[in-house]
Design a protein around this ligand. Structure first.
Ligand code: DX5
Ligand code: ZN
Length: 219
């Protein structure tokens, strides 16, 4: 397990002021979590590559791109080419996750595999050496502001055990309902990267909220 990473999700930010909202957490955040939704894989629509490219040019943070889209093989490499630090796609949307992970890594990005609420982790454990990040949804993917589902931390425990036994260098990231009252149990389960939308951008001081979350995760 690495030192805790906190990744504010701009899904909870003001989309008319994305560059400023990214700047607001630049001094304290580790990564900027960017949710790409296509109204197909999930019933919600956000932004795509052109907006992410512009935002990359406006921020010095490493971008953690979370693709909630069908056909990630068509789109994911473009985010790596654009300079995203980590590109995560959903296991449910890809028939050859290892091939896409290779492509992302050879384009210079970290490769992430995301597991939605209703997907078991076991079938994917053997693929983990091909990935840098495993994103375990702690809600159903699609919308911010949902309530954290503690039972889903069992998947984090299973994955962390597997990663430790295999000496894998794997970030295990949790996404959904992470805040001051849930981050400690997620860290205890073995997560070491934490996405937070509402808990950061809904706070009076987003930069301070990030620092507070990291401190709680490290306890
Ligand atoms: C939802 C997104 C999350 C979302 C989390 O599908 O993947 O990143 O922004 O929002 P909160 O932290 O508000 O639950
Ligand atoms: Zn996300």
């Amino acid at each position: 397990m690495g030192t805790p990473i906190v990744a504010p999700s701009i899904l909870a930010a003001d989309f008319a002021r994305l560059a400023d909202e990214a700047k607001a957490v630049e001094s304290t955040a580790d990564w900027l979590h960017v949710d790409v939704m296509d109204n197909h894989f999930v019933p919600n629509l956000t932004i795509g590559l052109p907006v992410v490219q512009s935002l990359l040019a406006a921020s010095s943070l490493p971008f953690d791109v979370h693709l909630m889209i069908t056909d990630p093989r068509r789109w994911a490499p473009g985010y790596a080419d654009a300079g995203a630090y980590n590109v995560t796609f959903h296991a449910e949307a890809c028939d050859d996750p290892v091939a896409l992970a290779k492509e992302l890594r050879s384009a210079g990005a970290k490769a992430g595999l995301a597991i939605d609420r209703d997907t078991p982790i076991e079938p994917y454990l053997d693929l983990l050496p091909s990935f840098d990040t495993l994103l375990i949804m702690t809600i159903k993917a699609g919308f911010g502001g949902q309530r954290f589902v503690p039972d889903l931390l069992d998947k984090v425990r299973t994955a962390r055990r597997h990663a430790s036994a295999g000496h894998l260098e794997l970030r295990i990231e949790v996404d959904g309902g992470i805040g001051a009252d849930t981050i400690e149990q997620a860290a205890e389960a073995g997560a070491d990267a934490f996405v937070a939308g509402t808990a950061v951008y809904g706070a009076a001081d987003p930069a301070a909220a990030v620092t507070d979350l990291r401190r709680r995760a490290a306890r």
